[in-house]
Write a protein that binds this ligand. Structure first.
Ligand SMILES: [Zn+2]
Length: 232
């Protein structure tokens, strides 16, 4: 078969590369033992007993061989729709947007035939929620500060179902990515408090060592008083 350049690749749910070729998506399988520059990919519909596989030259990013044929349509619209669902899942993990915002973002400018190949909106909304459910499960406890990665869901404050604002305001690791991060400073606070920061009359600072979570030594709180009331 002819060698063809591969398209820009959508990422699979498991963050392993997927790519499309002639309207079908393939999932990475293994590297050739005989030639380390050749990788083996299998049709993503393997679950549907499709045995189609391709061999790819990694250096030239070209398909060099195809084995078995597909047991289903090779539809570019279905392939594009699968990529959109992958984008939707990634966006659900990486942003704090609500499902309607995510859906309208990923289907923006998408041709009608691809829209027709997409699951219905209610199903897409469920996909976003399922993805978020996974994110909201408590991640394993970090073993050191340098490798502590804070999930996106922990960085935002939900004002209401549709409105969120930043909650992790400063992470010293982001400020100086090249530095040694065995010491980390995280600053949490509602971004919305900036709107009344100019009216703060008094700012208090109080610290505790005893309540600090493992790996951290101190919690410092800084409540401020806007004219009469006191809020953190
Ligand atoms: Zn197939």
């Amino acid at each position: 078969m002819d060698e063809e350049a591969l398209d820009t690749q959508p990422r699979s749910q498991r963050n392993r590369n997927k790519f499309q070729h002639n309207g079908c998506l393939y999932v990475y399988d293994a590297q050739s033992k005989r030639d380390p520059h050749i990788s083996f990919w299998r049709c993503e519909r393997k679950w549907d007993k499709c045995r189609a596989r391709i061999h790819v030259n990694d250096v030239r990013h070209a398909v060099v061989q195809m084995t078995h044929s597909h047991n289903h349509d090779e539809s570019p619209a279905h392939c594009s729709a699968a990529k959109i669902v992958t984008d939707l899942k990634n966006r659900a993990q990486e942003t704090a947007e609500n499902p309607a915002q995510i859906i309208s973002h990923v289907i923006e400018g998408v041709p009608r035939e691809v829209l027709a190949a997409l699951p219905r909106k209610a199903a897409l909304t469920k996909t976003v929620q399922r993805q978020r459910g996974r994110v909201h499960m408590r991640p394993p406890n970090p073993t050191d500060l340098a490798n502590l990665d804070i999930p996106e869901a922990y960085k935002v404050y939900h004002v209401s179902e549709d409105v969120t604002e930043r909650f992790l305001l400063i992470d010293s690791k982001d400020l100086e990515p090249e530095e040694d991060h065995s010491k980390r400073i995280l600053v949490f606070g509602r971004e919305g408090n900036m709107s009344w920061a100019a009216q703060m009359k008094k700012i208090y600072v109080d610290g505790t060592f005893r309540q600090a979570p493992p790996l951290f030594s101190q919690i410092l709180t800084s409540p401020a008083i806007p004219i009469e009331e006191c809020g953190p």
